[in-house]
Design a protein around this ligand. Structure first.
Ligand code: SAH
Ligand code: SF4
Ligand code: F3S
Length: 475
């Protein structure tokens, strides 16, 4: 196949190149990786699924726990011989390390892996083409770990839709400085995009076939972007109401939220906006007020209970998810028992849980009262077993319900499709591939480990009931 394949009227022939991106960490990184592919597409880069044969490999990294950060170095070790084999090519393989490890480790990363060509932080995605150009003039790695004053969002092309669901980044960064967390250092200060830019991006996605949008932010409910039609700012609840008014947007979700920013308006939005799905990921980290204070979370155990009570009052079927850290420095058996009690009381539909991992530069890492690893492991195992029982019970309780499912891809078997229930459960059912992107009404027949199986009960997916996400009990 000839390498010179297509051109643009203004820039002459564009050389077709291959791009491999590996994404670690949170959905913000997933969003940024998609934007990198968008920004490189006009330069002739097309995405491939493996690093072999790539002209550019991007590792979009995560620094949240030691394991995540270390994984990058083992992946770099595997890329080294691939790059060496291409060294004599006219166009050798370039390796870029992007994201939070790049931001946190910068020069140290280059010292450890000198064959890396580009090191760029999470706020300079839009500069990737320029950084690639600079590698041709530079003898060593090109570094860009700035926090530019102009935001990357002002420079990125509008995202391309890829299926019926999409992420939309509305807020970035964090000013909360939980004592265990690297995010405020790697992503920088909190920033909210103006509401107009978000609505424009949403309209573009919807006109390209998107029906469900997940609003993203490290602290998405701290959103306070420029309002439309006034000099004020909008909260997340207000933004969601404006999005829900756009024709064709059937489902809205948001993640990750912080208990401190769960204001009345947002709780009210859960009760009154049917397009806002009845699912909330609200990390609590610990059920002990003493530990929460040492974590600098800014709320105690009771505040969390009260938020959940108010949410359930307005939206009784809301499914709850959370993050937990076990073995935070100084966590006693009694503290851990408080966490287990909170889980028993609240009942989560799903959750993520981690052993505390000391991170360089964070206050908790300096604490001398570290919990031994075997204690952390025992606590994690007890906590995960309780959470997994609750997840199973939640899925089991869905059997017999009539739920609308947005079909997003091929299912487990031939002739099946998979989609998501309003509660974010994967649902498998017999459906033709042409139903991709449709919302079909189903009856849930069985709960199989972490997913559901269902049958379609209404073949007219465009019926008005599609906007209704309430649980309808089967008779
Ligand atoms: N902004 C979100 C969390 C983002 S980080 C919030 O405040 O809830 C995602 C999750 O990683 C956190 O909720 C926490 O549970 C976990 N995490 C963060 N730092 C960690 C660390 N040092 N050790 C273990 N888990 C950690
Ligand atoms: Fe990290 Fe806390 Fe900020 Fe969440 S709120 S990103 S846990 S510092
Ligand atoms: Fe990881 Fe950075 Fe996200 S540290 S969790 S990729 S904000």
């Amino acid at each position: 196949m000839p390498r010179e394949q297509f051109g643009t009227p203004n820039s002459g022939p564009v050389r077709r190149k291959k791009l491999f991106i590996k994404t670690y960490g949170c959905q913000m990184n997933v969003y940024d990786s998609a934007r990198m592919a968008d920004v490189l597409a006009p330069l002739g880069y097309e995405t491939i699924d493996e690093p072999d044969g790539a002209d550019l490999v991007v590792l979009n990294t995560c620094h949240i726990r030691e394991k995540a950060a270390e994984k990058v170095f083992s992946d770099l070790g595997r890329l080294k011989p691939l790059k060496a084999a291409r060294a004599k090519d006219q166009d050798p393989m370039l390796i870029a390390v992007a994201g939070c490890v790049a931001q946190a480790e910068g020069d140290a990363l280059v010292a450890r892996a000198p064959y890396v060509d580009i090191v760029m932080g999470p706020q300079t995605t839009h500069r990737l083409p320029e950084l690639i150009a600079r590698t041709h003039r530079s003898s060593g790695a090109v570094l860009d770990t700035d926090f530019p004053t102009d935001t990357k969002f002002d420079h990125l092309p509008p995202p391309r839709a890829d299926g019926p669901t999409a992420f939309l980044s509305v807020q970035e960064g964090c000013d909360k400085f939980c004592t265990f967390c690297v995010v405020p250092y790697t992503r920088g200060a909190e920033y909210s995009r103006p509401a107009q830019a978000i609505l424009d991006e949403a309209r573009g996605l919807i006109s390209a076939g998107v029906r469900e949008i997940t609003l993203l932010g490290q602290n998405v409910n701290a959103y306070h972007g420029d309002a439309i039609g006034s000099a004020n700012t909008w909260s997340l609840g207000r933004l969601i109401r404006a999005l829900a008014d756009i024709d064709g947007l059937d489902r809205i979700r948001y993640t990750t939220s912080h208990p401190r920013d769960m204001d009345d308006e947002l709780i009210e939005t859960h009760a009154t906006v049917p397009a806002l799905m009845p699912y909330l990921h609200l990390p609590v980290q610990s059920g002990s007020s003493r530990v929460l204070e040492a974590m600098n979370r800014g709320h105690d155990r009771d505040t969390y209970y009260r938020i959940i009570e108010r949410l359930r009052k307005g939206r009784p079927d809301i499914a709850l998810s959370s993050d937990f850290i076990v073995g935070f420095p100084g966590e006693s058996d009694a503290d851990f028992a408080d966490t287990m009690q909170l889980i028993e009381d609240i009942e989560f539909a799903q959750a993520f849980s981690f052993k505390y991992s000391p991170r360089p530069g964070t206050p908790a890492a300096e604490n001398t009262d570290q919990v031994p690893d075997d204690t952390k492991a025992a606590r994690l195992s007890a906590l995960q077993s309780l959470l997994s029982q609750q997840q199973k019970a939640f899925n089991q309780a869905s059997v017999g319900l009539h739920l609308p499912v947005l079909l997003t891809g091929p299912g487990r078997h031939e002739g099946q499709m998979v989609g998501r229930s309003p509660y974010l459960q994967p649902v498998h059912l017999d459906a033709p591939a042409t139903d991709h992107g449709k919302i079909v009404m189903t009856e849930i027949k069985a709960a199989i480990s972490n997913s559901l199986s269902a049958v379609a009960i209404d073949s007219t997916p465009e019926s008005p009931s599609r906007k209704t996400a309430t649980r309808v009990d089967a008779h």
